[in-house]
Design a binder for this molecule. Sequence first.
Ligand code: ADP
Ligand code: MG
Length: 259
Amino acid sequence: MSLVEVKNVRKIYRVGKEKIVALNHVTLNIEQGEICCILGTSGSGKSTLLNVMAGLERPTKGDIFIGGINIAKLSEKQLALFRQKNVGFVFQSYNLMPTQTAIENVAMPLMFRGISKKIRTKEAVKMLKAVQLQKRMHHKPTQMSGGQQQRVGIARAFVAKPKIVFADEPTGNLDTHTTKDVMEIMVKMARQYHETLIIVTHDPEIAEYADRIVTLIDGDVRSDQKNVSLIPKDEEEIPQSPPQPSEMPTPEAGGNEHE
Ligand code: ADP
Ligand code: MG
């Protein structure tokens, strides 16, 4: 069983009389610990797919199993609890609480789990150190740069060790240099905790950080590939089994031996 199983999912939006097919027929499995990128141009259905996998939106048809639970069948209340327990989010616009410090923002997901304030603070501090923000712990979002705010966002997404972290265009508001920092930190964190990370982006360079790249076109999966550029050289060059005698060139085929 895969951690995430998307089965024949369709999502249709109705706008007035018009029907918009955001997801046509999507079937997809994602494994525990996998870093998976959903790549596609604007309007291809990436955010819709992320939102239905995360239980933020319901599919029009089809099922989504997370750890064996069909989340398409849960009530609103059960879904909210499911998200609190299992899912972390990183947003393009950070979505931090403006009146709260970095520590308070990061500690937030632990509040829903009934963890004491002392432990919450301790865990938040640990996560902020891990994203190299030890000097910004008591800052509020407006007192931080975009890259710093997104690092707070990453610390918050991972603090409760959710099963899956979803990131929708996480570097969409950042410059190239900061994008690299943020992607490296996010991927490192997912690897460290062996967590599943699902990143949505229109940017092929972001996709390069993933183990696997699923490309969406017009609400359908167009391709689903391992990211070969991540495979270490020596692994890539493992020779096939040695040539069998029958495959070896015969002197006749070689042609030159008898001349
Ligand atoms: P992406 O994230 O790849 O840019 P989306 O998943 O946001 O694409 O959107 C896929 C399609 O569904 C687009 O045509 C978009 O206009 C449409 N869409 C998305 N959300 C809504 C909505 N709430 N109501 C109507 N149409 C929507
Ligand atoms: Mg989108």
